[in-house]
Design a protein around this ligand. Structure first.
Ligand SMILES: [Zn+2]
Length: 168
């Protein structure tokens, strides 16, 4: 990609209100959660450029995590040592459409398969939606039927989480 969406979005931080700039900066840190990245990139770049930036950032996080995964890691769930199993792609529906990243999976004797990068990004096991998409749908679904909440989020974000992938 010749055009670097992340670098471009960084130049837009100064246009945000002062109290939002610190959170916006944290979205570009190498340990940012998916929720903060998706929220900030959407705010700065909308669905298209924000989406490009999010895909680019996740690809980089996955590349770094999968390059030389340590043979053992602390289980993000129970804290016990777990051993490296394999690297695998994780796909999620988000408010910018589908995103994915490659990450190492570890085997914990207690928790079975765990992925430290999922935990770092704030992505729950078995969840097919990004935290931001899940939050948007779940908040609305408190007041209206679940299917209507999915439709409403689609209308405002332009993404299409199918009912099956959006459902918990
Ligand atoms: Zn564990």
């Amino acid at each position: 990609m010749d055009f670097n969406a992340i670098e471009h979005l960084k130049t837009l931080i100064c246009r945000l209100p002062g109290d939002e700039q610190m959170r916006a900066r944290s979205a570009f840190s190498p340990a940012a959660s998916l929720l903060v990245m998706e929220e900030v990139f959407w705010k700065l770049g909308g669905k298209m450029m924000g989406g490009d930036a999010l895909r680019q950032a996740l690809e980089e996080r996955g590349r770094v995590a999968s390059a030389q995964p340590p043979p053992t890691a602390k289980c993000p769930r129970c804290g016990k040592p777990s051993r490296f199993h394999r690297c695998r792609e994780r796909k999620l529906e988000s408010t910018v459409g589908q995103v994915s990243y490659r990450r190492p999976e570890y085997l914990c004797t207690r928790c079975k398969t765990v992925a430290p990068l999922d935990a770092e990004l704030g992505v729950k096991a078995g969840e097919k939606r990004s935290p931001r998409l899940a939050e948007a749908v779940d908040r609305l679904a408190k007041d209206i039927p679940y299917e209507d909440a999915v439709e409403e989020v689609q209308r405002w974000t332009g993404c299409r989480p199918s009912h099956s992938t959006a459902r918990r």
